[in-house]
Design a binder for this molecule. Sequence first.
Ligand code: KG4
Ligand code: ZN
Length: 338
Amino acid sequence: MKKDFTILGIESTCDETSAALLKGGKVLLSNVIYSQIEEHKKYHGVVPELASRAHAAKIATVIAEALQDNPIDCVAFASGPGLPGGLMVGRVAAETLAAYKNVPLIGVNHLEGHLFACDFQNGEVQNRLQFPLIALVVSGGHTELWYVKNYGQYKVLGKTRDDAAGEAFDKVAKLLGLAYPGGPQVSAQALQGRRDAIAFPRPLLPGTWEFSFSGIKTAVSYYLRDHQQVNVPDVCASFETAMVDTLVTKTLQAADKYKVRYVAVGGGVAANSLLRQTLQEQAAKRGKTVYFVDRKLSSDNAAMIALAAYKKLEYAQTTGKPLRANIDINPNMKVRSW
Ligand code: KG4
Ligand code: ZN
């Protein structure tokens, strides 16, 4: 690929409308993110119909702002997994632009994007990821553990059986009357609470790499039902600790089992300070390195989509294998090796 090969990335899978320009697989020229949080706040969660309308309303201006007058060589968009309406808006915008500019169109997996986001630091791609690694992709819609042999070489070890970790934070926040999105709110309250105040369960599901967070959430709801006087910071601190213990324990067990020295953590919940600190400390004790996504790129963004597309193109070019363009949207898209 030529040195200044520039990709326009587009992201619209959930509640962020975003467009980004990545030059030479390295420099982020722009990364415009419009968050729909205000639209969804009063419902304590993402309302798909509102999300589609907000994507449709914003996508043109977000793309125009990201593009400015820069030339582009390719358009990439997240073709799944995600909400069908948002995916459709992203595809139509991406395909129209690619046809107009006469450049190729590539669909990428949004979850792969969350992993690749770990490679950005201060707006530049570091190419710092070492393989094989265990990836923990932990967001409002997904919680998955992967063994990643190299760029584009995945084995999905396990997923959540019920709630995603971010979803559990959001639901517990709602039970406590805290605002949406719940993760940052619960985390802020937890700073004033005692982490060992209430013994919420740690569902480790031995023998599998799956997660299950609905039991912790239910335990919180029973606790609230059974207690007249509730210390909200104590509930938040105890809940957050149970969530983090579960995520950290399983991730490091997987790293041990697969004899892997590197771990990467991406997705909205990767912004959680307790998760970052606990995983960092426990991994260091075992001689392992953790790549955390920069907080600025932990939530949904198009920079990660552009980078995933760049790596995919580079892979096809260096191996001579056909590029899977994946432009049909798929709300339930699974992660597949290239
Ligand atoms: O990756 P993301 O922006 O959207 C999805 O693809 O789902 O993740 C959003 C999720 C929300 O559930 C939010 O509560 C959670 O990430 N989140 C956090 C924190 N910041 C965001 N969860 C725990 N602690 C945080 N600091
Ligand atoms: Zn996401």
